[in-house]
Ligand binder design. Structure first.
Ligand SMILES: [Zn+2]
Length: 186
């Protein structure tokens, strides 16, 4: 099976999109770039109202996706923008990612799964991401997971008298440090 066919099947690319090229950088970066294009002639629609709209231009975007045989893998595509008579110039959605996310939905799902099992610092290290990338660029799922862990710290601590200690408890716990503050029973 050719690499383009393989990536088309793995990504579950819908009929409107096609994998056009796969670049493998074996040395020194060990990366794979999968290029995807929207098929010409396909009707464009406004992402807000769903009505057909004329094309305006396109913007090159890149998403981190699941690794290919331990090679860091990115998906790249020119995403069309439309000019909707009602909503103005809008960027159309890509079927493999949430709007405004720099990760494919499958990559986000894996990060979310890992965040249920390990600290944010451990997940960042494992996935080759910065702490900020996880907190700011992954969708609401991980943010809600982190929020629920902060709430759990608050409940288990039975309340901190000073905010600094509470903040430290959050840093210690989410950072994966095996430290326990006075007044916290786990
Ligand atoms: Zn519209």
């Amino acid at each position: 099976m050719r690499d383009i066919d393989l990536n088309t099947r793995i990504l579950g690319i819908q009929a409107l999109w096609q994998v056009t090229d796969v670049e493998v950088d074996t040395c020194p970066r060990r990366q794979v770039a999968v290029h995807v294009e929207r098929k010409t002639g396909a009707q464009l629609c406004c992402p807000t109202c769903g009505k057909p709209a004329p094309g305006y231009d396109s913007r090159r975007r890149r998403w981190r996706r699941l690794d290919t045989c331990q090679y860091k893998t990115n998906l790249e595509a020119d995403v069309p923008r439309v000019e909707c008579p009602e909503h103005g110039v809008m960027t159309t959605s890509a079927p493999w990612a949430e709007p405004n996310s720099d990760f494919t939905a499958m990559f986000e799902a894996l990060v979310i799964d890992w965040l249920k099992e390990a600290s944010t610092a451990a997940v960042a290290r494992l996935m080759g991401l910065s702490w900020n990338a996880i907190l700011l660029k992954v969708g609401n799922g991980p943010a809600e997971g982190i929020n629920s862990r902060i709430k759990a710290i608050k409940v288990r601590s039975h309340g901190f008298r000073n905010k600094e200690r509470f903040a430290n408890a959050i840093y210690f716990h989410l950072g994966g440090l095996d430290l326990y503050l006075e007044g916290v029973s786990w």
